[in-house]
Design a binder for this molecule. Sequence first.
Ligand SMILES: NC(=O)c1ccc[n+]([C@@H]2O[C@H](COP(=O)([O-])OP(=O)(O)OC[C@H]3O[C@@H](n4cnc5c(N)ncnc54)[C@H](OP(=O)(O)O)[C@@H]3O)[C@@H](O)[C@H]2O)c1
Length: 269
Amino acid sequence: MDGKLAILGTGRMGEALLGGLLRSGWATPDQVWCTVHTPERAEYLADTYGVRADTDSPAAAADADVVIVAVKPQNIRSLLHDIAGSVRLGQTVISVAAGIPTATIEKVLPEGVAVVRVMSNVPVLVDEAMSAVAPGRHAGHEHVEIAERILGHVGRVVRLGEEHLDSVTALSGSGPAYFFLLAEAMIDAGILLGLSRDISTELIIQTMVGSAKMLRDTGRHPVELRESVTSPGGTTIAAVRVLEQERVRAAFLNAIEAAKQRSEDLAGS
Ligand SMILES: NC(=O)c1ccc[n+]([C@@H]2O[C@H](COP(=O)([O-])OP(=O)(O)OC[C@H]3O[C@@H](n4cnc5c(N)ncnc54)[C@H](OP(=O)(O)O)[C@@H]3O)[C@@H](O)[C@H]2O)c1
């Protein structure tokens, strides 16, 4: 990248981004200034990644061309007030804080500063995030592109209008929890059938990884892939009948709609 990057709030998410950006070579340690709340955490980041790290967010923001805000949503307002005097036109501010609208951020920062909002998910920790990026009022194509490039180093990225981010939160933001729940239930089923927990866990996790890879890499529709393993009068269709009788499909539709509603409620509160 050209210029300097500040990561304000370098916790799990911030560190995942930092690691991805340095590994890919997109940024070098001397271009990055990370801030945190506790000096011990700053020392860890400086020792591990060779970046500048401390607790001085206003100074880091003033020094940067791109400012990533990665504190918890409950800390973002006080952080923004701290850095408002250091942020200037021409910088790109990228917020990864879940549920915080760009308008809330724009209100605190100087008028006209470009803000891009990101909704990512927990597989960012293993460089397999699904992220959506949405421009705020003053963000142009070039600002969104910077966010896409940054998030592209830790997974996949789509660009959407901000009005869709509650849906993204419900689908891919909370999505890993749905898959973890499914894994847990299937592992329990293995135990019910008399397999050990270890074996059952190995069978299910590899089956999930393999199925996910097929979905992503073949580009074939899920229905097509499911039909390819559902032979007439066979075992899979016997299980599918029970899943349909138990209204699992309807449960997913209702659950994800409820998550979107909750996301809207939280954003309004
Ligand atoms: N974790 C994920 O997978 C994930 C996924 C999608 C989105 N997000 C979003 O990412 C954001 C961060 O989540 P997280 O899980 O990474 O939280 P986290 O691990 O708690 O990290 C937050 C970091 O912010 C630092 N901090 C707190 N107050 C600060 C301040 N005033 N100035 C500078 N740094 C400050 C903390 O420092 P100390 O460590 O010194 O206390 C901590 O390192 C959230 O808004 C969340 O919605 C996270």
